[in-house]
Design a protein around this ligand. Structure first.
Ligand SMILES: *Cc1c(COP(=O)(O)O)cnc(C)c1O
Length: 223
């Protein structure tokens, strides 16, 4: 497997306006170093301790994104350095992130994760829950987090129609939230959608960030 060649091939089909996140979860540090040598600087991980360990030993100009399900008691491992948390699906988690961000004297950027897939196992809010969270009095007190957009994972299926429909759903949720809660600000602009098998459709449906793992680093045995 040639990580450099994989990254270069993928970059050709990802416009410069779309951020390519190399999903390195479960993969060893050496793989990340290969991608780094190919000028990749943005990486995604889905386990807090694994991310913290990799952060320690790798170059400090890497932008780390957290993309997995995050437990409130694990926020502390990533709060000092994480660039973006894609997977916020409750007010409780947002409060925990705010608390750790405050301790580190930072403002942590977050995305709200929405459930757009047919599968029941995927985490995420529905549109109504998202609106409710953003209009809650608790949310307004959280000064050390900033919601910069939305994230979603489409159904694992060969049906292009289904996957595109789900991406359009996420895009429409994004527009709704923008209209309702972020009309006055510039920073609410990210739509994180698209993985190895569907990122080209995601980009056509308005994605601003694609999260690509196996097409860069090979298939995973777990995680
Ligand atoms: C693992 C993972 C990815 C990458 O998936 P690939 O199919 O390997 O590209 C993207 N997003 C999330 C949330 C993930 O957990």
């Amino acid at each position: 497997m040639n990580i450099k060649a994989n990254i270069e091939r993928i970059r050709e089909s990802v416009p410069a306006s779309v951020k390519l996140i190399a999903v390195s979860k479960t993969k060893p540090v050496e793989y990340i170093e290969s991608a780094y040598a190919a000028n990749q600087r943005v990486f995604g991980e889905s386990k807090a301790q694994e991310l913290a360990e990799k952060y320690e030993v790798l170059p400090k100009d890497i932008e780390w994104h957290f993309i997995g399900h995050l437990q409130t008691n694990k926020v502390k491992y990533i709060a000092p350095f994480v660039s973006l948390i894609h997977s916020v699906d409750s007010l409780k988690l947002l409060e925990a992130i705010n608390k750790e961000a405050l301790k580190n004297d930072r403002i942590i950027d977050c995305l709200l994760q929405f459930h757009i897939a047919e599968e029941e196992t995927k985490f995420g809010l529905n549109e109504e829950e998202g609106l409710e969270l953003l209009t809650s009095s608790t949310f307004k007190t959280l000064k050390n987090i900033r919601i910069v957009g939305v994230m979603g994972i489409a159904t694992f299926t060969d049906s292009e129609d289904e996957v595109r429909k789900e991406f359009r759903t996420l895009k429409s949720i994004f527009e709704k939230l923008k209209q309702n809660s972020f009309k006055e600000v510039q920073y609410f602009k990210e739509i994180s959608m698209g993985m190895s098998d569907d990122y080209q459709w995601a980009i056509e449906e308005g994605s601003t960030m694609v999260r690509i793992g196996s097409s860069i680093f090979g298939v995973r045995n777990y995680g």
